[in-house]
Ligand binder design. Structure first.
Ligand code: NAD
Length: 451
């Protein structure tokens, strides 16, 4: 059992902390957000993730996890400190490392014993080296730099930084952590490698142990490959429409080839979320820093940018105007199973619709409140937005419907429902969730992607 501190209680930090507690470690989760900490102490998860709240309550009761804003208490005697703070995109596409730097400095100024610092956040290749140097720069206890053998304030501390990128997907974060396909650890010493292996041993998941820079690259290479796969299918889908092929049949045919695999072959209105958009841009930026042009990743970004509003553009051509039309929007989050809106297609399309005077009735089973914080209910732009509690309320009397997220309830709508409820059954489905023939046979004018 190790004494672990986790910096940042977002999707990565909180889930990691809870799962470490679940396998028996003693965990303290640190966040700068007092409200979040109070919420977590009361057993409520600040994010929507299946199973998370149950495990938080169970491990809190068992005394294996606590939450605090007091980083000094949390870090000073920790065996390992996992960093899970954000690394958001900057206007030039590079990753903002200021949150990481703040935590690194807090760690340096606080720790009182040997400590392994583990970077879970997604960071550009070479960042772990810099974090380690930064910690030594600010370490009051050590005067002799990276060996950690100095006397400084009369005490010698060994600090090492390891890379341990996270691969969880939002919506299935707890399951993805407890049953991960692999754990990547990037270390520069046996001490760090052994400790990380011991921390992870109870998970009983294959561990891939590499050097730090390779671990950092594995994360970007994996995410960008998945983004590329999505953009590739969307590119092919757009061509399918032009040549009269059906992307779902094409994907089905491709999926039997094990070299291709059956996942991430769905065409639609592009990828969103807090990872793919930012991680593609960050790798493109990193390559450019080294004078290299990463053409494949750039293509993935370009295709995705175009894809997000492809149905809006189609609908704009079909209708004279959106002005005064009741537009049903089904799904606001960037994918099902999460209340996260980061880079969601809804965020791109709804402002366009409002600008054109649409009267939007939006439904999402968990994302409404977050969305309403950005787009207040009532008159907005040239149109208006209302948040409704049911799919029926959104569809009732609607002139057009856009589907942005494939929540199960939304998938379960039957063609008959659209036909009965909508004033004009005109449906733009960004997730290809309904059967084209069924919709046609029910008398619905139905548009999707690549079919
Ligand atoms: P998030 O924005 O949800 O959470 C970050 C948290 O860190 C916030 O609660 C914030 O208050 C807190 N924080 C900021 N500064 C702090 C400090 N000095 N001390 C303590 N807490 C502090 O972020 P996230 O989505 O969990 O992502 C974190 C990192 O993990 C990013 O680099 C991201 O790219 C990567 N990642 C995310 C996912 C994902 O699905 N969200 C998956 C894999 C990797």
């Amino acid at each position: 059992m190790y004494k672990i501190a986790v910096a940042g209680t977002g999707y990565v930090g909180l889930v990691a902390g809870v799962c470490f507690a679940e396998i028996g470690h003693q965990v303290t989760c640190v966040d700068i957000d007092e409200n979040k900490v109070q919420l977590m102490k009361s057993g409520v998860s600040p994010i929507y993730e299946a199973e998370l709240e149950n495990l938080m309550q169970k491990n809190y009761k068992a005394g294996r996890i606590d939450y605090t804003t007091d980083y000094v208490e949390a870090y000073k005697n920790a065996d390992a400190i996992f960093i899970g703070v954000g690394t958001p995109e900057q206007p030039d596409g590079s990753a903002n490392l200021s949150y990481i730097a703040t935590v690194a400095r807090q760690i340096a100024e606080t720790i009182e014993k040997d400590c392994l610092v583990v970077v879970k956040s997604t960071v550009p290749v070479g960042t772990n080296d810099k974090v380690e140097q930064f910690i030594y720069d600010f370490l009051p206890h050590n005067a002799d730099g990276l060996t950690g053998n100095g006397s400084g304030m009369g005490k010698s501390i060994r600090v090492e930084v390891a890379s341990n990128p996270e691969f969880l997907a939002q919506g299935t974060a707890v399951k993805d952590t407890l049953q991960a396909a692999r754990i990547i650890i990037g270390t520069e010493s046996e001490w760090a490698e052994d400790m990380l292996k011991q921390i992870y041993e109870p998970f009983n998941i294959p561990i891939v142990s590499v050097r730090r820079r390779s671990a950092e690259m594995i994360k970007y290479a994996s995410n960008d490959f998945l983004a590329l796969k999505i953009s590739y299918m969307n590119d092919i889908a757009n061509l399918c429409e032009l040549v009269g092929a059906d992307i779902q049949d094409v994907a089905r045919g491709m999926s039997y080839d094990e070299r291709i695999g059956s996942k991430f072959l769905n065409a639609g209105i592009g990828y969103g979320g807090s990872c793919f958009p930012k991680d593609t841009k960050a790798l493109d930026y990193l390559a450019r820093q080294y004078g290299y042009e990463l053409k494949t990743v750039k293509a993935a970004i370009d295709v995705n940018t175009n894809q997000k509003t492809i149905l809006y553009k189609k609908a704009s051509k079909r209708l004279i105007t959106f002005n005064g039309l009741k537009v049903a929007v089904l799904g606001l989050t960037f994918k099902p199973g999460t209340d996260d809106l980061r880079e969601a297609a809804s965020l791109e399309n709804i402002p366009l619709l409002l600008e054109q005077g649409a009267e939007i009735y939006a439904y999402d089973p968990v994302g409404k409140d977050n969305f309403a914080r950005k787009f207040h209910e009532g008159k907005l732009g040239n149109g208006s937005i209302r948040y409704v509690e049911s799919i029926e309320a959104a569809l009732d009397g609607a002139n057009v419907c856009f589907v942005f997220t494939e929540w199960n309830h939304i998938k379960a709508i039957t063609p008959k429902h659209f036909k009965q409820l909508m004033r004009t059954p005109l449906v733009y489905d960004g997730r290809n969730i309904y059967n084209v023939n069924d919709m046609k046979n029910a008398g619905i004018e139905y548009y999707s992607v690549g079919r």
